[in-house]
Write a protein that binds this ligand. Sequence first.
Ligand SMILES: [Zn+2]
Length: 333
Amino acid sequence: MVSYKELGLVNTREMFAKAVAGGYAIPAFNFNNMEQLQAIIQAAAETKSPVILQVSKGARNYANSTLLRYMAEGAVAYAKELGWEHPQICLHLDHGDSFELCKDCVDMGFSSVMIDASSLPYEENIALSKKVADYAHQYDVTVEAELGVLAGVEDEVAAEESHYTRPEEVIDFATRTGCDSLAISVGTSHGAYKFKPEQCTRDPKTGKLVPPPLAFDVLHEIEKKLPGFPIVLHGSSSVPQEYVDMCNQYGGNLPNAIGIPEEQLREAAKSAVCKINIDSDSRLAMTGAIRKHLAENPGHFDPRQYLKPAREEMKKMYIHKIINVLGSDGKAE
Ligand SMILES: [Zn+2]
């Protein structure tokens, strides 16, 4: 049993309380490898933004869970080395799908876990979420639960049919589970193909797809039911067209990749939405930069040669999100 407190990590409780009161959101960035982690920590340290490092089940399978935990521990020391005196870094399990997985993360030093039982019937979702919350709270680890179903595909999370969170259920759900934050479904979606072309309209000038807007009416209805309660948005990459174009220009094939417009995320960040999950944008920035570098430098074979510009591109993207979309810069001086 390792406590996250010994690792210098923090849970989400204070982060979220401040974010809700201050009308901004905390970035939750997924990482699977060293370059992503370096870019996230450099961006957070430069902007003095609290940050949530997210580890999915897929990331644990890819990189090894013990190694990821030590990397996160190293991230705290690295942040200090970069001159960030009081780093506020949370290590969070993304989409935990069983009590055992959540318990394992709590026991190995995660400061926050998500239990995603949103695919189960309502009462089963409550029972499993409550079981995780009861366990995690013994160690002051915060718990995110989910109500409503998001569309899209990401790692091992996939849903054919989505449905919005029902505002009439949120008080009962939050009260009975004891969760610390609630992931809701209001039109965001996992992955880089968030909407089918037939769900979108087209910009007459550019011919590019324009996604359907988020259901702000549902979000505001939920906020009214749970005043001040931390709300989480999953699947909130904006799928920047410059990275999609960069991938496609240098040999990629990502037709009709589309995300959530940043103006809508910024609007959501001003509400009770206090955690916004961004994963695909980092994947696109990294892949775009690597493709471009290798296309322009066919003789390069040292991974450092192409991972360095990839890391720079991700860092630039993270800083942009922190300052221009989430508004969390300067909130962890
Ligand atoms: Zn998610």
